[in-house]
Design a protein around this ligand. Structure first.
Ligand code: NAP
Length: 298
């Protein structure tokens, strides 16, 4: 299958490289073209000048951009996805967006006899490079099946629902659980440290409990002073806000998720937004002198 990847940030780049390594013909487009040129260098990856050309050359495209706003921009732009779409083309929403956006785009694409498939992913760039993502697939089974080989190359699939929007709701539910937990874990680290108790003692205790897998994966990462960016903190803030808004659509209260959304948003305002989301621990444990937020007039 000739597959496109639109959006070559941390995740889109890793996905494009994995598909290339697995023998797919990969066509890429990125707003900042230099990133596309960089991943294509020395490889048989085609860098497209426009989204229109990418759609002409491929049968489906995985879209991996930041958020609803970015997706809308590339979707509705002149020579963007909607203007360039052809019959039977499959747009794969792997970005973490609201389900409301997926439903809107599905309707626009169906009016042009094309399709949207939802395929948000669990796992970061390292998992993508190794083909170890968990892909939450949503949309008509008959259409999703056409992407089976592509999804198999990227990881394990969980088919969520025929109904567009559902896969994104499940993705937001998982991310809200994980990201809120990292806030909680950071807070209890701060609590223990503020009483001059060795954090290794806390680890020894948590290791004997239901929290062990979480501790195994995140304790060292949260405590480290430096960590390379795998998932930007500002995107974690966005996911919590989308989870809150998505629940609100159905009048469902989310008091803890809403609080975590505020915490991560404020950490972003204090300059942590472009860093790895595990840096929430540095923010909450006051490990840095906080600069005043840029917006502040004081
Ligand atoms: N990183 C992870 O671990 C992870 C895991 C699962 C899901 N996700 C989700 O995957 C998506 C991408 O995440 P990421 O980590 O790859 O983010 P990233 O590194 O920040 O990359 C963002 C991508 O979106 C593009 N973009 C942003 N605004 C745009 C606009 N207005 N028009 C066109 N393109 C625009 C960027 O283009 P430029 O290069 O031109 O800026 C870049 O290609 C997000 O929805 C995120 O929540 C991330």
């Amino acid at each position: 299958m000739k597959i496109g990847v639109i959006g070559l940030g941390n995740m889109g780049s890793a996905i494009a490289l994995r598909l290339h390594d697995q023998g797919f013909n990969v066509y890429v487009w990125n707003r900042t073209k230099s990133k596309a040129d960089q991943i294509a260098r020395g490889r048989k990856i085609v860098v497209e000048e426009t989204i229109k050309k990418l759609i002409e050359d491929t049968e489906a495209a995985i879209v991996m951009v930041s958020d609803d706003k970015a997706f809308r921009e590339i979707f509705y732009a002149p020579q963007g996805i909607l203007e360039s779409i052809k019959e039977e083309y499959i747009v794969v929403n792997s970005s973490t967006t609201t389900p409301m956006l997926s439903i809107e785009l599905w309707e626009k694409l169906r009016s042009r006899k094309a399709y949207l498939i939802e395929a948000p992913v669990l796992g970061g760039p390292n998992a993508a490079r190794k083909g170890e993502l968990v892909i939450l697939v949503g949309g008509p089974k008959r259409i999703a099946l056409k992407l089976n080989e592509v999804f198999k190359a990227l990881g394990e699939q969980v088919y969520v629902s025929e109904r567009i929007g559902d896969a994104m709701v499940v993705k937001l539910a998982f991310n809200a659980l994980l990201i809120s937990n990292l806030q909680l874990l950071s807070e209890i680290l701060g609590l223990v440290e503020s009483w001059d108790i060795d954090t290794n003692i806390l680890k020894q205790v948590l290791d004997k409990t239901i929290f062990k897998p979480l501790i195994d994966k995140y304790y060292t990462r949260l405590l480290s002073e430096e960590y390379p960016v795998s998932f930007k903190l500002m995107l974690a803030a966005k996911d919590l806000e989308y989870a809150r808004r998505t629940a609100e659509e159905k009048y469902q209260p989310t008091p803890i998720i809403s609080t975590a959304a505020t915490t991560y948003r404020i950490a972003s305002l204090y300059g942590f937004g472009g860093e790895d989301y595990s840096r929430i621990s540095l923010f909450l444990r006051r490990r840095r002198k906080w600069p005043m937020p840029k917006e502040s007039t004081q």
